[in-house]
Design a binder for this molecule. Sequence first.
Ligand code: HEC
Length: 172
Amino acid sequence: MKLKLLLMIPALLSGFAFAGGTPEFVALPEGYNKQINYMSQNRIGQEQFAKMYARQNLLQAIADGNPVPEGSTIVMEVYEPKRDRDNNVIKGSGGSYLIDHKKAIAVMEYRNEWPAAMPANERAGNWGFALYGTDGKPKANDLDCAACHWQLRRVNYLFTTVPMKNHIASSH
Ligand code: HEC
């Protein structure tokens, strides 16, 4: 009994401290892949490929320097690249990694107000976070999403402001 409890502690701790976002508040947006795929490129500092999806009104607001619209979502599909026999990542023309399989789906959601039960330290500004598996179920992970994105507070806590602006500029 005692041993069992002790064994459970790491699992409990990781569940509380390192859930990697709050999927109980931030849902996987239905049909997100019908939204605008404003960027597809190798991830920064990681041997993975990412595809980003958002709605037109968010991209336009960022391009115009307007406030983020209530209810905005951004989805980042994360892909593992193909590797050769020596485990090196295989690149296609232009340097993009060739996709092997989808690994996870990261979500950000913007609300002017969140329920009081949503921990403030799980947010970056008004953005909430969650990570999902390819089965659409919350994915366990040890990332502190808010801490990393908080560093981008001067640009709406977003890493991909420039690709958003470029998308709007190129669609005119
Ligand atoms: C180590 C820092 C770091 C952590 C931790 C982190 N991110 Fe990010 N995030 C980034 C970077 C850098 C990008 C730009 C794309 C890339 O190269 O990965 C990004 C991009 C994103 C985007 C696309 C919107 C944007 O900001 O450009 C979403 C959505 C996102 N992250 C969700 C999450 C979620 C959900 C978590 C937690 C499970 C998380 N992130 C944890 C660094 C981080």
